[in-house]
Design a protein around this ligand. Structure first.
Ligand code: ZN
Length: 279
């Protein structure tokens, strides 16, 4: 009998989700740098001393080796190491929620039926955004997890070719610079900034007023993406406004989007207010 060289992959990956499988194993969905979305089975990973155990925690950046058999729905996870554990050092509720929210978003953006895909450009690009987001979110100098998350959402939209239009009214096309700032609106349905005249004319039933401070934040995200969020600051009211605009925008333009459950949880926790941390 000859020795078979079984094809395998070694790549960076983000652990998106994990499900128990059988007595001690786990099925794990990964976003990989080189092979797009991949599902692996991690044999015995739920046993205390398994070397695979650290590799199946959602939110971690890992380097993994797995089988690469196009005929199989599940690849075998063989080994690897942890590159970054964003929840490793006493994370706040807020950071955890934004991390989980990002995982949900990325998981939901998965093209239907994709198992092992080698559309290298797109996958590597999306992985790069996730990688940058996680490193920024888990950095001790991360100024504002909410703004970093908004920048991440913006980058996702940009990758789908549907980032909000900020430079012109999305209905009449006039330049924003020449419009009355006090009556500016943000129309999620129509795709971005809308002038007061168009809104009054009925172009956008569901639009919302766009405040000066929120516009400044959106412009920074547009110009610099995740990098831009590093130096940003915003009042809680501005943060809520930007979050609301982006949330509605994603609902219209990102297939399969709904508010991540993790962020719903965060909203509920803040809404209680009994801990005095309500924004
Ligand atoms: Zn207009």
């Amino acid at each position: 009998m000859g020795v078979l060289t079984r094809p395998a992959a070694s790549t960076d990956a983000l652990v998106l989700r994990a499900w128990p499988c059988g007595e001690t194993s786990a099925v794990v969905s990964l976003l990989t740098r080189d092979h797009g979305y991949v599902k692996v089975i991690a044999k015995s990973a739920r046993q205390a001393r398994s070397q695979l155990r650290p590799l199946v925690e959602p939110g971690r950046l890992v380097n993994v080796e797995f089988s690469l058999d196009p005929g199989r729905e599940l690849q075998y996870l063989r080994g690897g190491g942890v590159e970054l554990d964003p929840l490793g050092s006493a994370p706040t509720l807020e950071r955890s929620a934004y991390l989980l929210g990002a995982l949900e978003l990325v998981d939901r953006c998965r093209p239907a039926g994709a198992l092992v895909r080698d559309d290298s450009g797109g996958a590597a690009d999306l992985f790069g955004v996730c990688d940058a987001f996680l490193r920024m979110l888990s950095s001790p100098t991360c100024p504002d997890p909410a703004l970093v998350f908004f920048a991440f959402e913006w980058e996702l939209l940009a990758r789908h070719g549907v980032a909000p239009e900020l430079s012109h009214c999305c209905a009449c096309g006039r330049e924003r610079a020449g419009l009355c700032a006090a009556t500016l609106r943000f129309s999620a349905a129509e795709g971005g900034v809308m002038c007061g005249e168009c809104a009054r004319g009925g172009a956008d039933a569901g639009g919302r007023p766009l405040g000066d401070d929120a516009l400044v934040v959106l412009l920074a995200l547009d110009a610099q993406g995740l990098e831009g969020s590093r130096g940003l600051a915003a009042e809680p009211a501005t943060r809520r406004e930007v979050g609301g605009h982006l949330h509605r925008f994603l609902g219209y333009h990102l297939p399969g989007y709904r508010l991540p459950a993790a962020l719903d949880m965060l909203r509920a926790a803040k809404g209680n207010g009994s801990q005095g941390n309500a924004a």
